[in-house]
Design a protein around this ligand. Sequence first.
Ligand SMILES: [Zn+2]
Length: 224
Amino acid sequence: MFLKRLLCLLLCVFLVSPVCAAEQTKYVALTFDDGPSGRFTRALLDGLKDRGAKATFLLCGYRLKDYPREAKRICAEGHEIGLHGYSHGCMAKMCQEELEREIADTLALLPEGCRPAFLRPPGGKYSKEVLDAAEQADLGVLGWSVDPRDWATHDASGIRRQVLEQVRSGDVILLHDMSDSSVEAALAIVDALKLQGYEFVTVTELARLTGQAIEPGKVYMRFS
Ligand SMILES: [Zn+2]
């Protein structure tokens, strides 16, 4: 009787475990705005590589001019590149012609073979003209669902705590590879969330995993 119960229990564990493991996998996208930025971007890429984590970098044209090697490395290491405007000026205040130029001039500086899927307007501010320009350029418009305001606080443990308190599977986390505190917080977030069963994927991969098509000119805040 005891043996029969034991066998039954073991059978249940074997049958149920793989299902639970699959259900427990949670996905999240780390996104970094305003770069590339030299040593901060390089330290972040080193840390992400050590941890097997992928991220999405929303790059500015005026910085791509100064840091083409970092942009190339982002691409070569399997991360995603998106656009964050050329000048980092407020896109919501720009006319159609200015918007088209911001997008075209940034696209021209991207590493060879890099085809972005998203535009994230600076500050997340957009107008109908921004959505139209994104649609014309075949780009989705990317917002975010978790914002620890890393650029303002420069407090690595506070940034980490805020993200851990808010995050859910499918979230898009907004950070900036522009300071030591942001890089430190980002890597601590990866370490902590990996222990909770999260995987770090690019935004395009997050969309794919959640069965959402990326439509040009449409705004995405998170993927569920
Ligand atoms: Zn920005």
